[in-house]
Design a protein around this ligand. Sequence first.
Ligand code: NDP
Ligand code: 13P
Length: 327
Amino acid sequence: MRIAVLGAGAWGTALALAFDGPHQVSLWARNPAHVDDLRAQRENTRYLPGVRLPDSLTLTSVLAEAACGADLHLVVTPLSGLRAAVRELRRLQPGTPLVWACKGLEAGSGRLPHEIVAEELGSDAPCGVLTGPSFAAEVARGQPTAITLASTHDAFIDRWLPELHQPLLRVYANTDLVGAEIGGAIKNVMAIAAGVSDGLGFGLNARAALITRGLAEIARLAVALGGRPETLMGLAGMGDLILTCTGDLSRNRRVGLALAQGKTLDDILRELGHVAEGVSTAREVAALAARHGVEMPLCEAVDALLHQGLSAGQAVDRLLARDPKHE
Ligand SMILES: NC(=O)C1=CN([C@@H]2O[C@H](COP(=O)(O)OP(=O)(O)OC[C@H]3O[C@@H](n4cnc5c(N)ncnc54)[C@H](OP(=O)(O)O)[C@@H]3O)[C@@H](O)[C@H]2O)C=CC1
Ligand SMILES: O=C(CO)COP(=O)(O)O
């Protein structure tokens, strides 16, 4: 199969590496200078250093070169680039099966990725999301990983699960798109909270409490939006939440650790050099939860910390002052 991967950041590059070999992969980056560098170095020194890009992997900054003739379009830009990418893919080669691997809620609209895709392509488009616990650096090094392909189209899963599943990148199917995407979006917000907690020197008890209560929050919202609770107990929910809250490879967790040191958000994001989707998702999730009458105190605290000038200490005080309640 010919697969066009859009977005040559850490995750797009890692997925291109995982699928290159079994498939013919073209990796597209929007910046021609970045592609020149990828070609010259055969390494993504900017976003995924230390991993060689094989000669079989095609690199291009011309979207039509990657997208036209592809059997599958795989969008791995940050969520902010998904809508424009899908629109452009529809123009270049309409009807092509589509997978996206971005996580988050769209800034301004609060839309989940599949809602963006449905707005651009219609709700019958053959498509789905790849999500789950998967640090790019580990996938790129060929370390075993398990993720989820979620789609409401059974035929799409039947067609693409066997193509995407690899011995070292096991792909499990799920028809609960809402649950899978909510899990992937909001674990990033929880990872910021976990980073703050660890950065402030709170212990392992606090982190375990945060992960567990965080999962309860995530599941509450997913169910309110029509997702299934069991999805949140799987790879796209608990799996990704644990990984991102505990693993220092997480950019979102690192944002939280740096906030606890008193750094400003602008400085943190500049130093990070990668997207941390939890930062914009925190704002959107608070608004989405309010619209659906769902209580999400951890997400609200992260939103207030990131976007409303609350200090880390004040955010913690606010959470610890909550009334006792049933689990
Ligand atoms: N890294 C990981 O381990 C994982 C990441 N994800 C998700 O994948 C998505 C991408 O993350 P990741 O690759 O790590 O991000 P990075 O920050 O590593 O790289 C982002 C890449 O996207 C490009 N880009 C940014 N904006 C646009 C746009 N509007 N259109 C096209 N390209 C754009 C950047 O190009 P430029 O240099 O030109 O700015 C860069 O190549 C995120 O939603 C993330 O949550 C999911 C699972 C694992
Ligand atoms: O989504 C991820 C792992 O599944 C990557 O998390 P970060 O974006 O926090 O690095």
